[in-house]
Design a protein around this ligand. Structure first.
Ligand SMILES: *Cc1c(COP(=O)(O)O)cnc(C)c1O
Length: 364
């Protein structure tokens, strides 16, 4: 790997760090950010860490009009020994390239991007909160910057990474949520961009989210775009059902976002010798499992909340109360195991964690 030179301009004034006990998701940002430019013919260049600041963009920048942009989301934790721990960041960089390809954007060098993240995290390490349930959320994203109102892939881009100290996704830590099954709107269709982490998927989901919110539901469960029959995923999480001892999650089908948490949960469950299935699952099947008392647990999985137990599913007015509206045993075990591996309280049998001190020493 060729290490690209990084220019570093440190902030003159450091911000005051928020109180870790009152942190909410994605509202405060650290002192610095990473920027890398891209130009057709020149490739990625001008790697730099600068003070966190608003961007200057041409009002005709393609990203503002046609949404040519992709992002990622991951977390850094500080272990009790003081090392910085990242959970499977190689998987995020790989998925970033998958999303970039889908949006006709130039691929990044995964190893270089991770090395740049190392450097940014070392500068910002005091921003990693250590209180139970807190972490430093990392948001890499790429935008099309070329000023052009024609519809075509841009010739210039910028890659950014910004950092945000975050608390538990839910104030009380792990806590069951109420979910509304969405029968009218769809998130993504096969052949669309559902499997890429791109802005348009989220913009088009807002309408359904708003309706659910008004009815007291925190998220929507998306169904397939053709028959509105098969389960896809929840908001920004993948979904799992424990039915009569077996854990079922919708198979990757071209319209679902393939979560890294999902993949890790499947690996953990198989490691524990629990029966698991990745397959199509319909709402009819879930309803009959509920009626026969076999629907034991439902939970969402994603970087932000890790595991989010579902206490209620509302399908067209039919309310299913799951695990008495409590957090199930399996959800708790998965949450504890995953967060303990992430923070270093438990051994990592899968080599998932990337420890910064160690890797920097290796790369230097
Ligand atoms: C990011 C995301 C997920 C979860 O992916 P993780 O890698 O587990 O964080 C699931 N669904 C959507 C739509 C997402 O954007």
């Amino acid at each position: 790997m060729t290490r690209l030179p990084m220019q570093i301009q440190l902030a003159q004034n450091k911000k005051e760090k928020p109180d870790p006990s009152t942190l909410v998701f994605g509202k405060s940002f650290t002192d610095h950010m990473l920027i890398i430019d891209y130009e057709e013919g020149k490739g990625w260049h001008n790697h730099r860490i600068t003070p966190y600041a608003p961007l200057t963009l041409d009002p005709a920048a393609i990203v503002l009009h046609y949404g040519q942009t992709v992002f990622e989301g991951m977390k850094a934790y500080r272990s009790e020994e003081g090392t910085i721990r990242l959970f499977r960041p190689d998987q995020n960089m790989k998925r970033l390239n998958y999303s970039l390809d889908r949006l006709c954007m130039p691929r990044i060098d995964e190893e270089n991007a991770l090395y740049a993240l190392n450097q940014l995290l070392q500068i910002e390490q005091e921003w990693i909160p250590t209180l139970e349930g807190t972490s430093l959320y990392i948001r890499p994203f790429v935008i099309a910057t070329e000023a052009f109102l024609g519809v075509a892939p841009a010739k210039s881009y910028q890659f950014y990474m910004i950092l945000s100290p975050v608390g538990s996704y839910y104030k009380e830590g792990i806590h069951p949520v109420k979910i509304l099954v969405e029968n009218e709107f769809v998130r993504a269709a096969k052949g669309g961009t559902g499997s890429a982490k791109t802005a348009g998927n989220y913009a088009s989901a807002l309408k359904a989210q708003e309706t659910a919110d008004k009815q007291g539901y925190s998220q929507v469960l998306w169904l397939d775009s053709v028959e509105r029959k098969y389960v896809e995923e929840v908001g920004s999480m993948n979904i799992f059902f424990k039915i009569n001892g077996e854990v079922v999650t919708p198979a990757i089908n071209g319209s679902i976002l393939e979560g890294i948490t999902r993949k890790s949960i499947l690996q953990l469950l198989r490691h524990w010798n629990m029966p698991v299935a990745e397959r199509q699952i319909s709402m009819d099947e879930i309803r009959s499992a509920y009626e026969s008392g076999e629907l034991e647990e439902v939970f969402g999985t994603g970087t932000a909340a890790v595991i989010s137990p579902v206490g209620e599913l509302n399908w067209d007015g039919y309310k299913m109360i799951i695990a008495n509206g409590q957090t199930g045993e399996l959800s708790t075990r998965l949450y504890d195991t995953l967060t303990n591996i992430q923070t270093g309280k438990e051994k990592d049998p899968f080599d998932w964690v990337y420890e910064i001190k160690k890797h920097v020493a290796k790369l230097a």
